[in-house]
Design a protein around this ligand. Structure first.
Ligand code: NAD
Length: 270
Protein backbone atom coordinates (compact mmCIF):
# COMPACT_ATOMS: atom_id res chain seq x y z
CA UNK A 1 0.00 0.00 0.00
CA UNK A 2 1.30 3.47 -0.93
CA UNK A 3 1.34 5.66 2.15
CA UNK A 4 -0.21 9.13 2.01
CA UNK A 5 2.52 11.70 2.71
CA UNK A 6 1.13 14.33 5.08
CA UNK A 7 2.59 17.75 5.90
CA UNK A 8 1.45 19.95 8.77
CA UNK A 9 1.33 23.73 8.96
CA UNK A 10 1.36 24.96 12.56
CA UNK A 11 3.16 21.75 13.52
CA UNK A 12 4.42 23.09 16.86
CA UNK A 13 0.97 24.12 18.08
CA UNK A 14 -1.38 22.11 20.32
CA UNK A 15 -3.24 20.64 17.36
CA UNK A 16 -0.07 20.32 15.24
CA UNK A 17 1.56 18.05 17.82
CA UNK A 18 -1.67 16.07 18.33
CA UNK A 19 -1.64 15.50 14.55
CA UNK A 20 1.97 14.32 14.63
CA UNK A 21 1.11 11.77 17.35
CA UNK A 22 -1.89 10.55 15.35
CA UNK A 23 -0.05 10.26 12.01
CA UNK A 24 2.78 8.17 13.42
CA UNK A 25 0.25 5.67 14.89
CA UNK A 26 -1.98 5.50 11.85
CA UNK A 27 -1.46 2.89 9.10
CA UNK A 28 -1.66 4.21 5.53
CA UNK A 29 0.05 7.55 6.11
CA UNK A 30 3.38 9.01 7.08
CA UNK A 31 4.58 12.33 8.44
CA UNK A 32 6.48 14.03 5.62
CA UNK A 33 7.21 17.43 7.17
CA UNK A 34 5.96 20.33 9.21
CA UNK A 35 6.35 24.09 9.35
CA UNK A 36 5.58 26.78 11.88
CA UNK A 37 5.99 30.57 12.18
CA UNK A 38 9.49 31.86 11.41
CA UNK A 39 9.73 33.29 14.95
CA UNK A 40 8.46 30.15 16.69
CA UNK A 41 10.81 28.94 19.44
CA UNK A 42 10.27 25.45 17.99
CA UNK A 43 12.11 26.33 14.74
CA UNK A 44 14.74 23.70 13.88
CA UNK A 45 13.63 21.31 16.64
CA UNK A 46 12.91 17.64 16.02
CA UNK A 47 9.15 17.18 15.57
CA UNK A 48 9.14 13.75 17.25
CA UNK A 49 10.85 15.15 20.33
CA UNK A 50 8.35 18.02 20.51
CA UNK A 51 5.50 15.51 20.24
CA UNK A 52 6.99 13.46 23.08
CA UNK A 53 7.92 10.21 21.35
CA UNK A 54 11.62 10.80 20.65
CA UNK A 55 13.63 11.88 17.64
CA UNK A 56 12.13 11.20 14.20
CA UNK A 57 14.70 13.13 12.14
CA UNK A 58 12.15 15.65 10.79
CA UNK A 59 12.76 19.21 11.92
CA UNK A 60 10.28 22.09 12.24
CA UNK A 61 10.71 24.21 9.10
CA UNK A 62 9.77 27.78 8.25
CA UNK A 63 9.05 27.55 4.52
CA UNK A 64 5.64 26.28 3.45
CA UNK A 65 6.49 26.24 -0.29
CA UNK A 66 8.66 23.07 -0.29
CA UNK A 67 6.25 21.48 2.19
CA UNK A 68 3.30 21.86 -0.19
CA UNK A 69 5.45 20.76 -3.14
CA UNK A 70 6.64 17.58 -1.43
CA UNK A 71 3.56 15.99 0.15
CA UNK A 72 0.18 14.53 -0.89
CA UNK A 73 -1.93 16.44 1.65
CA UNK A 74 -1.31 19.35 4.01
CA UNK A 75 -3.25 19.69 7.27
CA UNK A 76 -3.61 23.27 8.51
CA UNK A 77 -4.43 24.23 12.11
CA UNK A 78 -2.82 27.68 12.32
CA UNK A 79 -4.51 31.07 12.33
CA UNK A 80 -6.81 32.94 9.90
CA UNK A 81 -3.94 35.26 8.86
CA UNK A 82 -2.05 32.26 7.43
CA UNK A 83 -4.96 31.01 5.34
CA UNK A 84 -4.33 33.07 2.19
CA UNK A 85 -0.77 31.81 1.85
CA UNK A 86 -1.79 28.20 2.47
CA UNK A 87 -4.77 28.19 0.08
CA UNK A 88 -2.64 29.87 -2.63
CA UNK A 89 0.11 27.28 -2.20
CA UNK A 90 -2.40 24.42 -2.26
CA UNK A 91 -3.99 25.73 -5.49
CA UNK A 92 -0.59 26.29 -7.17
CA UNK A 93 0.92 22.95 -6.18
CA UNK A 94 -2.38 21.02 -6.52
CA UNK A 95 -1.78 19.61 -3.06
CA UNK A 96 -4.97 18.65 -1.25
CA UNK A 97 -5.62 20.59 1.94
CA UNK A 98 -7.45 19.92 5.20
CA UNK A 99 -8.29 23.13 7.09
CA UNK A 100 -9.28 23.03 10.76
CA UNK A 101 -8.38 26.62 11.62
CA UNK A 102 -11.24 28.59 13.18
CA UNK A 103 -11.97 32.31 13.49
CA UNK A 104 -12.52 32.48 9.71
CA UNK A 105 -14.56 35.39 8.32
CA UNK A 106 -16.43 35.72 5.02
CA UNK A 107 -13.23 36.75 3.18
CA UNK A 108 -11.48 33.57 4.34
CA UNK A 109 -14.39 31.42 3.24
CA UNK A 110 -14.17 33.11 -0.18
CA UNK A 111 -10.44 32.20 -0.34
CA UNK A 112 -11.33 28.57 0.34
CA UNK A 113 -14.01 28.57 -2.35
CA UNK A 114 -11.58 30.11 -4.85
CA UNK A 115 -8.75 27.67 -4.12
CA UNK A 116 -11.18 24.73 -4.22
CA UNK A 117 -11.70 25.41 -7.94
CA UNK A 118 -8.16 24.05 -8.42
CA UNK A 119 -7.69 21.51 -5.65
CA UNK A 120 -9.65 19.36 -3.19
CA UNK A 121 -10.07 20.98 0.23
CA UNK A 122 -11.80 19.67 3.34
CA UNK A 123 -12.74 22.46 5.73
CA UNK A 124 -14.52 21.99 9.02
CA UNK A 125 -14.70 23.96 12.24
CA UNK A 126 -14.93 20.63 14.00
CA UNK A 127 -13.35 17.39 12.86
CA UNK A 128 -15.09 15.07 15.33
CA UNK A 129 -17.69 12.51 14.37
CA UNK A 130 -19.74 13.40 17.46
CA UNK A 131 -20.09 17.09 16.67
CA UNK A 132 -20.94 16.46 13.02
CA UNK A 133 -23.59 13.98 14.11
CA UNK A 134 -24.86 16.55 16.63
CA UNK A 135 -25.10 19.14 13.85
CA UNK A 136 -27.44 16.81 11.94
CA UNK A 137 -29.59 16.37 15.05
CA UNK A 138 -29.69 20.13 15.65
CA UNK A 139 -30.74 20.80 12.08
CA UNK A 140 -33.52 18.25 12.35
CA UNK A 141 -34.74 19.58 15.72
CA UNK A 142 -34.70 23.18 14.46
CA UNK A 143 -36.76 22.15 11.44
CA UNK A 144 -39.34 20.44 13.67
CA UNK A 145 -39.62 23.12 16.36
CA UNK A 146 -41.19 26.45 15.46
CA UNK A 147 -39.93 29.87 16.54
CA UNK A 148 -41.67 29.57 19.90
CA UNK A 149 -38.60 27.49 20.69
CA UNK A 150 -35.66 29.85 21.31
CA UNK A 151 -32.28 28.49 20.23
CA UNK A 152 -29.20 29.31 22.32
CA UNK A 153 -25.70 27.87 21.89
CA UNK A 154 -23.32 27.73 24.84
CA UNK A 155 -19.65 26.80 24.50
CA UNK A 156 -16.67 26.53 26.84
CA UNK A 157 -13.00 26.31 25.89
CA UNK A 158 -9.55 26.57 27.45
CA UNK A 159 -8.14 29.94 28.51
CA UNK A 160 -5.80 30.23 25.48
CA UNK A 161 -8.52 30.17 22.82
CA UNK A 162 -8.42 33.41 20.80
CA UNK A 163 -11.65 33.38 18.76
CA UNK A 164 -15.24 33.58 19.98
CA UNK A 165 -17.82 32.17 19.51
CA UNK A 166 -15.98 28.95 18.71
CA UNK A 167 -16.03 27.67 15.14
CA UNK A 168 -18.01 24.69 16.39
CA UNK A 169 -20.65 26.92 17.98
CA UNK A 170 -21.00 28.66 14.61
CA UNK A 171 -21.17 25.30 12.81
CA UNK A 172 -24.02 24.29 15.14
CA UNK A 173 -25.66 27.70 14.62
CA UNK A 174 -25.46 27.17 10.85
CA UNK A 175 -27.12 23.77 11.27
CA UNK A 176 -29.95 25.29 13.33
CA UNK A 177 -30.41 28.17 10.87
CA UNK A 178 -30.50 25.75 7.93
CA UNK A 179 -33.13 23.67 9.73
CA UNK A 180 -35.25 26.81 9.92
CA UNK A 181 -34.51 27.83 6.33
CA UNK A 182 -32.77 31.00 7.52
CA UNK A 183 -29.40 32.69 6.99
CA UNK A 184 -27.39 32.57 10.24
CA UNK A 185 -25.79 35.99 9.70
CA UNK A 186 -29.24 37.61 9.78
CA UNK A 187 -30.46 35.97 12.98
CA UNK A 188 -27.30 35.46 15.09
CA UNK A 189 -26.86 37.34 18.36
CA UNK A 190 -23.18 36.87 19.16
CA UNK A 191 -23.10 38.49 22.59
CA UNK A 192 -25.44 40.33 24.97
CA UNK A 193 -24.26 42.99 27.39
CA UNK A 194 -26.05 45.76 29.28
CA UNK A 195 -29.56 46.97 28.49
CA UNK A 196 -29.92 45.03 25.27
CA UNK A 197 -33.68 44.52 25.44
CA UNK A 198 -35.70 41.33 25.17
CA UNK A 199 -34.76 38.50 22.90
CA UNK A 200 -35.81 38.88 19.23
CA UNK A 201 -38.11 36.11 18.05
CA UNK A 202 -36.25 33.62 15.87
CA UNK A 203 -32.73 34.70 16.79
CA UNK A 204 -29.96 32.24 17.56
CA UNK A 205 -27.95 33.34 20.60
CA UNK A 206 -24.33 32.50 21.38
CA UNK A 207 -22.51 32.56 24.72
CA UNK A 208 -18.83 31.76 25.30
CA UNK A 209 -17.04 30.70 28.49
CA UNK A 210 -13.24 30.49 28.78
CA UNK A 211 -11.17 28.78 31.44
CA UNK A 212 -8.75 26.05 32.42
CA UNK A 213 -7.75 23.50 29.83
CA UNK A 214 -11.25 22.62 28.59
CA UNK A 215 -10.84 21.09 25.11
CA UNK A 216 -14.35 21.97 23.91
CA UNK A 217 -17.87 21.74 25.38
CA UNK A 218 -20.95 22.68 23.36
CA UNK A 219 -24.63 22.70 24.30
CA UNK A 220 -27.50 23.64 22.01
CA UNK A 221 -30.56 24.67 24.00
CA UNK A 222 -34.09 24.76 22.58
CA UNK A 223 -36.17 26.68 25.13
CA UNK A 224 -39.96 27.02 24.97
CA UNK A 225 -42.47 27.98 27.65
CA UNK A 226 -42.37 25.34 30.38
CA UNK A 227 -39.92 22.98 28.69
CA UNK A 228 -36.38 22.86 27.37
CA UNK A 229 -34.30 20.49 25.26
CA UNK A 230 -30.52 20.51 25.63
CA UNK A 231 -28.14 18.55 23.40
CA UNK A 232 -24.46 18.52 24.37
CA UNK A 233 -21.10 17.35 23.15
CA UNK A 234 -17.98 17.33 25.28
CA UNK A 235 -14.48 16.77 23.88
CA UNK A 236 -11.94 15.59 26.46
CA UNK A 237 -8.80 15.22 24.32
CA UNK A 238 -7.77 17.12 21.17
CA UNK A 239 -6.51 13.79 19.80
CA UNK A 240 -10.15 13.44 18.80
CA UNK A 241 -9.86 16.31 16.30
CA UNK A 242 -6.49 15.02 15.09
CA UNK A 243 -8.08 11.63 14.39
CA UNK A 244 -10.79 13.27 12.28
CA UNK A 245 -8.32 15.52 10.45
CA UNK A 246 -6.07 12.58 9.52
CA UNK A 247 -9.13 10.61 8.39
CA UNK A 248 -10.01 13.63 6.20
CA UNK A 249 -6.46 13.72 4.79
CA UNK A 250 -6.64 10.04 3.77
CA UNK A 251 -10.11 10.61 2.26
CA UNK A 252 -9.26 13.77 0.29
CA UNK A 253 -6.15 12.49 -1.48
CA UNK A 254 -6.97 12.00 -5.16
CA UNK A 255 -10.41 13.69 -4.97
CA UNK A 256 -11.42 16.10 -7.69
CA UNK A 257 -11.22 19.83 -6.89
CA UNK A 258 -13.99 21.05 -4.60
CA UNK A 259 -14.76 22.27 -1.12
CA UNK A 260 -15.73 19.33 1.07
CA UNK A 261 -17.04 19.18 4.63
CA UNK A 262 -16.37 16.71 7.41
CA UNK A 263 -19.88 15.39 6.84
CA UNK A 264 -18.71 14.32 3.33
CA UNK A 265 -15.72 12.52 4.85
CA UNK A 266 -17.93 10.80 7.42
CA UNK A 267 -20.50 9.90 4.79
CA UNK A 268 -23.52 11.63 6.26
CA UNK A 269 -24.04 14.62 4.01
CA UNK A 270 -27.68 15.60 3.83
P1 NAD B 1 -1.96 26.89 18.80
O1 NAD B 1 -1.82 28.35 19.00
O2 NAD B 1 -1.49 25.95 19.87
O3 NAD B 1 -1.22 26.46 17.43
C1 NAD B 1 -1.23 27.19 16.25
C2 NAD B 1 0.15 27.04 15.63
O4 NAD B 1 0.11 27.63 14.33
C3 NAD B 1 1.24 27.73 16.43
O5 NAD B 1 2.33 26.85 16.62
C4 NAD B 1 1.60 28.92 15.56
O6 NAD B 1 2.95 29.32 15.72
C5 NAD B 1 1.30 28.34 14.17
N1 NAD B 1 1.16 29.36 13.12
C6 NAD B 1 0.48 30.52 13.17
N2 NAD B 1 0.61 31.19 12.00
C7 NAD B 1 1.38 30.41 11.20
C8 NAD B 1 1.88 30.54 9.88
N3 NAD B 1 1.64 31.64 9.15
N4 NAD B 1 2.64 29.55 9.36
C9 NAD B 1 2.92 28.44 10.10
N5 NAD B 1 2.50 28.28 11.37
C10 NAD B 1 1.73 29.24 11.91
O7 NAD B 1 -3.49 26.65 18.49
P2 NAD B 1 -4.29 25.25 18.45
O8 NAD B 1 -5.00 25.03 19.74
O9 NAD B 1 -3.39 24.18 17.91
O10 NAD B 1 -5.42 25.61 17.39
C11 NAD B 1 -5.09 25.99 16.07
C12 NAD B 1 -6.38 26.32 15.32
O11 NAD B 1 -7.17 25.15 15.18
C13 NAD B 1 -7.28 27.34 16.05
O12 NAD B 1 -7.91 28.15 15.08
C14 NAD B 1 -8.29 26.44 16.75
O13 NAD B 1 -9.50 27.09 17.08
C15 NAD B 1 -8.48 25.40 15.69
N6 NAD B 1 -9.05 24.12 16.14
C16 NAD B 1 -9.91 23.50 15.28
C17 NAD B 1 -10.43 22.27 15.58
C18 NAD B 1 -11.30 21.56 14.57
O14 NAD B 1 -11.76 20.43 14.83
N7 NAD B 1 -11.55 22.18 13.40
C19 NAD B 1 -10.11 21.65 16.80
C20 NAD B 1 -9.22 22.29 17.66
C21 NAD B 1 -8.68 23.53 17.31
Amino acid sequence: MVEVAIGITGVAGRMGLALVRRIVQMPGCRLAGGVDRKDSPAQGRDIGELAGFGSCGILVGDDALPLFAGVDVVIDFTSPSALKMHTDLAAQSKTALVVGTTGLEEAHLAMLTQAAKHVAIVQSFNMSLGVNLLAGMVRQAAAQLNEEWDIEILEMHHRMKVDSPSGTALLLGEAAAKGRGRNLAEIADRGRDGLCGPRRAGEIGFASLRGGNVVGDHTVIFAADDERIEISHKASDRGLFARGAVQAALWVKGRKPGLYRMSDVLGFSS
